[in-house]
Design a protein around this ligand. Sequence first.
Ligand code: HEM
Length: 453
Amino acid sequence: MRVLVTGGTGFVGANIVRALLADGYGVRVLARPTSNRKALTGCPVEVVAGDVLDRDSLRPAVAGCRLYCKGPPAARVRPMFGESLTTIDGERWQHRRRLMLPAFHPQRLLALGPIITETTAAMLDRWERFAGRSQPLDVLSEMTDLTRLIIVRAVLGDVTPEEARAVGRALDSVFERTDERLWSALPWVRHFLGPRSRQSPRALRALDAFVRGKIDDSRRRSPAAPNLASTLLDTPDPGTGHGMSHAELCNEVKALLFAGHTTTASALAWGWYLLSLHPWVERRLQQEIRAVVGQRPPAAEDLPALGYTRMLVEEVLRLYPPTWLTARAPLADAELAGYRIPANAIVLLSPYVTHRHPAFWEEPEKFDPERFTVERSAGRPRFAYFPFGRGPRACIGSGLALMEMQLVLVMVAQRYRLTLVPGCRVEPDPGIVLRPRHGVPMIPVPNHGRESG
Ligand code: HEM
């Protein structure tokens, strides 16, 4: 089995290789030599020097779905995604994607704006207690709770606080368990060990029952305001006139709950971390907020005028892309970036590595939102930046994620400045999602009376 790793530096290379060795693959890493040699010391792998990246050379694997599929590499995330859009291939995928696209139309997403702003406002009110006592909160868990509640409401409509707590526990439990298994040498052994391992099937059953119940409710009587699930329920295939079956819809809804919050939460947590280290960027953000929205709550319609906020989000997603690694398998022998890849080999594509590659990015480690101005973006290869993937299999929820991140950033920054607790260590943990390993402890400092300019 041959594996092609795009780029490969430090922890990224080490984790990929550890995972593949655990699976019994013979690994040949085609990567930049120096950093990887160090990271891979002691691993029985052949490290081949030389860069595999070239202008747009990743296009067939990232964006194509005729020559490459997701199937085999996606097996390890099945507990979360089941048989859903994220994991299926070929005609089934094409048909499902056609059915789901209307629910993510930008015009429909505008209607989700108030869910985002109301949920965020409630979180900010709760923070007052912490701000009053200068008490730190873990911004990663706060952003996870926030985005989880937003996606549950966006997909399923209103939920009671008890339902929200129960579904939150179930989602977290399945996520943690899948994350553990992703890198585990013997995933099936853990299945039989310890109470944590038994929590996941139980949590999945609870989640299943909850989602089925909500969809049944929607079938019986249409919700007052349409949500993503009810829109999917009402969208028949133009070819056949039939929509998804009940089981298919339940699978898709569960997958949206997972895909739609862990990623956004970690990007927001990285955003607050980066802002706290770069006060001049935070000042620019504040200036834009004052000029465009002042103290009133922002709305989705304000976003086109919030250009700096958008570039800030893009830069956070460049440095810490939540989906830092994705995989494909070529359906037949293929060639990629000049390498021959046999059928069924696994090709690993890492936005994290590509986004920090000096061939495409000036001072790649520097946090600089203005690298995304139209002028500075001109001439940059399309495949140098793919936090949401590219082409037909690109993220279906990217519009929602970008809107959510911008609205949350603006609302938090209107009320607080988040300062990092001195001495804490914030480092990336490359699991299913690239999260800060120990969270991000920060103190919310009220913004009232801060000098302008
Ligand atoms: C910052 C937030 C997000 C990031 C960074 C992100 C990233 C990605 C990436 C990179 C892919 C493509 C993976 C590949 O090519 O193998 C993807 C696919 C997908 N994402 Fe997202 N995502 C985010 C938010 C969301 C949201 C909010 C939703 C839904 C509400 C969502 C639902 C999906 C689905 C269903 C797919 C599979 C699409 C297909 O294969 O046709 N994602 N996402």
